[in-house]
Design a protein. Structure first.
Length: 127
């Protein structure tokens, strides 16, 4: 009976450790960036900003994945935000290094004065 208890306890411990390791290695940090534009902002200026943002993954290898799109919600709750970018990192350290990376700093520098509002929200993906 004692051997069965030890075996069950060992298997449960092993399962817990393996599950924790899998969860740790699969965590993703999402960096959400949303832009709203000043009235009359030239479409060419917006497209240039989008193009430069889309190019950051080729310049910053810390970016695990990148996607973007424009608002098409019929609810009207976007508060003027029209463009959303989702940048994924493996860690906060990667995200922090991205923020100070010269390519990101150059991108941020080119934003002024076009966006009327910028919202940034970071979160760990929960499953």
């Amino acid at each position: 009976m004692k051997k069965i208890f030890v075996l069950i306890f060992s298997l449960l411990t092993l399962h817990t450790v393996l599950n924790a390791q899998q969860h740790t290695t699969s965590q993703l940090l999402r960096h959400v960036v949303m832009f709203g534009w000043k009235a009359g902002t030239d479409t060419t200026a917006i497209n240039t900003i989008v193009t430069v943002f889309k190019g950051l993954p080729s310049k910053i290898d810390l970016i695990k994945s990148f996607e973007y799109g424009t608002n098409n919600s019929p609810e009207g709750l976007n508060k003027g935000l029209t463009h959303c970018f989702l940048v994924t990192f493996s860690s906060e350290a990667d995200r922090d290094a991205y923020i100070v990376h010269p390519a990101h700093k150059a991108f941020v520098g080119m934003l002024k004065p076009a966006p009327d509002s910028i919202t940034v929200l970071d979160y760990w993906v929960k499953e």
